[in-house]
Write a protein that binds this ligand. Sequence first.
Ligand code: MF3
Ligand code: CO
Length: 249
Amino acid sequence: MIILKTSEEIEKMARACRIVAETLEDLRSFVRSGVSTKEIERRAEEKINAKGGIPAFKGYRGYPASICTSVNNQVIHGIPSQLRLKEGDIISIDLGVYLDGFYGDAAVTLPVGEISLLAQKLIKVTEDALYIGIDKATSRNRVSDISSAIQSYVESNGFSVVRAFVGHGIGMSLHEEPQIPNFGVSGQGPRLKEGMTLAIEPMVNTGGHEVGILDDGWTAVTLDGGISAHFEHTIVITDGDARILTKLN
Ligand code: MF3
Ligand code: CO
């Protein structure tokens, strides 16, 4: 069942999402060569706590950390560690906040210093794919109109979309119905309605779409060793364009 939110509930979600956006914005300048992913997690926890939120991922299905930090060939769910970032890396940071009964969820991929032209293109195509998907997130369109637009755009740029993980409804739970794949043909799946709150999150690989999971049981990595990027926003369907809750304006 897809849970529609009232305007009061949406304003609560907006407050959780604002903490997500402000924390990611802060991390943008904290990320640099020499910093460890654990230090990034600690910084994020401090910011989230100071704003009265609770990191949403810690303990979720046993996940051991407050945020996900996925570097280079890691796709998602990378666990913060002593690993230090170095010039030329890319890092995907996925961050969720719980506040007053509701969740917000967003992700960005950031460059560490100067990165290759391929990595620059990957980051741009993945972020653009997210916004192209959000453009399709209007009432009366269907879920797979989002999926199909993301897949076509990514593949026309020579990259592939990860299929093993999908976007999702979000609200009083981190994951609600519907699932939002980043691939598929248009015109399928549930019709989008005003008051639906969705987390759209394309994961894009430079090589093939296949992923494996490391021995830690969480970290998803590309099977062929290519690099991967991830962008995510929490949005709400309105009578016009979707409202992006995890964006600062
Ligand atoms: N953005 C991811 C998702 O929605 C974050 C979940 S990470 C987990 O699936 F570690 F908490 F599972
Ligand atoms: Co998500």
